[in-house]
Design a protein around this ligand. Structure first.
Ligand code: GLV
Ligand code: MN
Length: 229
């Protein structure tokens, strides 16, 4: 009986790890030198060896990108711009387990609290000053925060809410951040709470925040104004 059970377990393990239809929960280590994505819009399927440009067609230029030469689109309300290069926009990153982003902050500009569900972020501040921080789970709800200066690094551990704020009233800040995932994902906390589609039930938010309906509508409108511009 025990032998049958072990054999069954082995069969299940074999099927779940080798079937092309198997659903993978995490990005796999690459099994080849590279897998340059076929095109910028190919689906984010992380099965090694599939959906790559044929190796013979890969060019030197596929490993270079000019994406971060310029800032992304500035949010007027937040005073910040994020320009990411992930496997979706820079095909050479596919299966390599990393990506990168350029972050520009105007004086008093903010990257509001957000999380990356699939990656740790390490930020290099190239210009200016930033007040940065994240909130941990153990110790629970402890804010780790620091003012950093040009040339400094700061690490935001995977999945933890974090922010970056330029406290300077006259000088901009420029940072480059790297992630240990080709597709770190991002969820901005205020948007996830107040502006998801479809919206969260109002009762859920009212009880969570301890506010009445009028106050809740004011908050929702305010968040929508911030993200709509
Ligand atoms: C900054 O934290 C970013 O993820 O762009
Ligand atoms: Mn981040």
């Amino acid at each position: 009986m025990a032998t049958v059970f072990v054999a069954l377990l082995m069969l299940v393990a074999l099927i779940t790890t080798s079937s092309p239809l198997a659903c993978r929960a995490a990005v796999e280590d690459p099994l080849q030198d590279f897998c340059v994505a076929l095109n910028a819009n190919d689906p984010q399927i992380t099965i090694n060896g599939l959906l790559c440009k044929p190796a013979a067609e890969v060019q030197d230029a596929d490993f270079a990108s000019q994406l971060l030469r310029n800032p992304g689109n500035f949010s007027p309300k937040l005073g910040s711009a994020v320009n990411p290069a992930t496997a979706t926009t820079f095909g050479a990153l596919k299966t390599q387990g990393l990506s990168i982003v350029r972050v520009d902050l105007r004086p008093r500009g903010l990257i509001p609290p957000h999380v990356h569900p699939r990656a740790t972020e390490v930020l290099y501040l190239a210009q200016g000053t930033l007040l940065v921080g994240f909130v941990s789970t153990a110790p629970q709800n402890r804010l780790f925060s620091k003012t950093i200066y040009a040339g400094d690094l700061f690490v935001f551990p995977r999945g933890l809410p974090h922010f970056q704020f330029n406290p300077d009233k006259s000088k901009p800040a420029l940072a480059i951040a790297a992630f240990n995932s080709q597709n770190p994902g991002i969820s901005q906390l205020a948007v996830a709470l107040f502006a998801p589609n479809p919206p969260l039930p109002e009762e859920v938010l009212e009880i969570t925040l301890g506010v009445g309906n009028e106050e809740l509508h004011r908050l929702i409108k305010s968040v929508q104004e911030v993200i709509s511009t």
